[in-house]
Design a protein around this ligand. Structure first.
Ligand SMILES: NC(=O)c1ccc[n+]([C@@H]2O[C@H](COP(=O)([O-])OP(=O)(O)OC[C@H]3O[C@@H](n4cnc5c(N)ncnc54)[C@H](OP(=O)(O)O)[C@@H]3O)[C@@H](O)[C@H]2O)c1
Length: 176
């Protein structure tokens, strides 16, 4: 059995031509756009906004990894640096573990009691290439102690999505 193909923007100038071709090839299609349409045979229409993340799917940059760190630990370090002797360029600090961003978002949603499909979106550009290559990570400096799982257990419970003040997927700090 083949899985359905998601056509983002499937109601637009291009998408309207892609969808019937996929149907002609025997594939079931999901169409995502901001303004809903009626379903047709083999075509299920989903409403969502890829720019804001509102809707049935959660867009996540494909291939990104993150190394969340507890902001309290970062604050401790920043204050120690500010109060200490001038240190010049200091070592980076990163959280204790590295996660695929999609897995991290999935866990976050699940901890809040929701299940929504994650849609990896491949982004263009140099910044995206750098993220995909892990330029935002500090694997050699995984010195943070509080894990993402600790955060989820303590701060995100079903129906309480806002965590107020946790690191979230902030990645690393490079106090300089
Ligand atoms: N047509 C061309 O000549 C051409 C050439 C080169 C590249 N492209 C690129 O191909 C893509 C499609 O072009 P097109 O001409 O088909 O554009 P279009 O006619 O404007 O269609 C855009 C589609 O995307 C949906 N959409 C727009 N913003 C969205 C959002 N934030 N979240 C979810 N869905 C959204 C629209 O539906 P809703 O408004 O209901 O959301 C619509 O289905 C674009 O990226 C365009 O830059 C087009």
């Amino acid at each position: 059995m083949t899985s359905p193909i998601l056509v983002t923007g499937g109601t637009g100038t291009l998408g309207r031509r892609v969808v019937p071709r996929l149907r002609a090839a025997g594939r079931d299609v999901r169409v995502l756009s901001r303004h809903g349409r009626a379903d047709e045979d083999g075509i299920r229409c989903l409403t969502g906004d890829l720019a804001t993340g509102e809707g049935p799917v959660v867009p996540v940059p494909a291939g990104w990894r993150v190394q969340p760190i507890d902001p309290g630990e970062v604050a401790d370090r920043l204050v120690a640096l500010a109060l200490g002797a001038p240190a010049g360029l200091v070592a980076e600090v990163g959280g204790p573990r590295i996660y695929e961003l999609a897995a991290l978002v999935r866990g976050y949603l699940r901890a809040g009691g929701t299940r929504r499909p994650i849609l990896p979106v491949r982004l263009p550009g140099n910044a995206n290439r750098a993220y995909r290559a892990g330029a935002n990570l500090a694997p050699h400096r995984a010195v943070g102690r509080r894990t993402w799982e600790d955060f989820l257990a303590e701060r995100v419970s079903p129906g309480t999505r806002s965590s107020g003040g946790q690191a979230g997927p902030s990645v690393k700090t490079s106090p300089q």
